[in-house]
Design a protein around this ligand. Structure first.
Ligand SMILES: [Mg+2]
Length: 279
């Protein structure tokens, strides 16, 4: 994979970056905004259930969702049920389970291969719950179409065994299952090359005039990389946190800076409609 070695820091101090960014935001007929959840609009916590949105962020999200010609899609590895229970917005578009389960404009879509894998996933879950029981602080999360094995609270010395056991167990059920590593989590996915990037492509293809929109994607994890890759040449891609391992064009320091960008989008787009500035 091609890596852009030096993403540019986006903070407001870098006037050039912001000027360019602002111009594109102001002139685009539409804005297609993709936001990762954990580590992007809310800080990562010890357990996923602690990562809730602050009242300020809820307000920012509401304002974004009310902007004309701006489409907001939440993109997450969490299950649909989980993310919908967290987000207090009815009308938000959601890409859940790394793209295997989507909810777009009132319609639900599940990847057919993910549906087929559900029985195997259940068996793997049971097996892993049993095999990982001796390790403290491990949590097997059942997301129906994928499994997440969280080891954030595990002992450091146990981590290699935990990941090895997870990998071995998944592949013993179906050697084509995909095992990926994220931030202190191992994930088991259905045997198909599919992720956030494919989901983003699918969404863009479903639009009548995909070229008219400015695509902006903000995310913090390895799983966001395929989406960065998809949007690299046409959109604005922003990684949360400094990293030499990202293909994103820009990076911000953390969630606070993401919220600054979102406020900037609100400010700029509140006065535009279809690329024309209101007088
Ligand atoms: Mg994330």
């Amino acid at each position: 994979m091609m890596r852009s070695k030096n993403p540019i820091h986006v903070p407001f101090k870098q006037i050039d970056v912001w000027n360019n960014f602002s111009k594109r935001l102001l002139s685009a007929p539409e804005v297609e905004l993709f936001l990762d959840y954990d580590g992007t609009i809310t800080p990562i916590k010890l357990t996923p259930s602690e990562a809730v949105l602050s009242p300020d962020t809820i307000q920012i999200m509401r304002e974004l969702l009310n902007l004309p010609q701006v489409r907001v899609t939440m993109v997450t590895g969490r299950s649909m049920k989980d993310i919908r229970s967290i987000l207090p917005f009815e009308d938000i578009r959601i890409v859940a389970n790394h793209g295997f389960h989507m909810y777009l404009d009132g319609k639900e879509w599940i990847h057919p291969d993910a549906e087929l894998s559900v029985p195997d996933m259940q068996h793997i879950k049971e097996e892993l719950q049993h095999l990982l029981e001796p390790y403290k602080g491990v949590f097997v999360e059942d997301k129906k179409y994928t499994l997440s094995i969280h080891y954030r609270n595990a002992l450091v010395k146990d981590i290699p065994e935990i990941t090895k056991t997870t990998q071995k167990t998944a592949l013993s059920f179906n050697e084509k299952f995909i095992v990926t590593e994220g931030k202190e989590v191992v994930e088991i996915r259905p045997p198909v090359n599919w992720g956030k990037g494919h989901a983003v492509s699918k969404i863009l293809k479903s639009h009548k005039y995909p070229a008219l929109s400015l695509k902006v994607y903000i995310g913090d994890d390895m799983t966001d990389e395929d989406a960065f890759q998809v949007l690299k040449s046409t959109g604005i891609t922003i990684h949360v946190g400094k990293s030499n391992e990202t293909t994103a064009q820009y990076y911000v320091g953390g969630v606070d800076e993401v919220l600054q960008i979102l406020k900037m989008i609100i400010k700029l787009r509140a006065h535009t409609s279809g690329g024309r500035i209101k007088s």
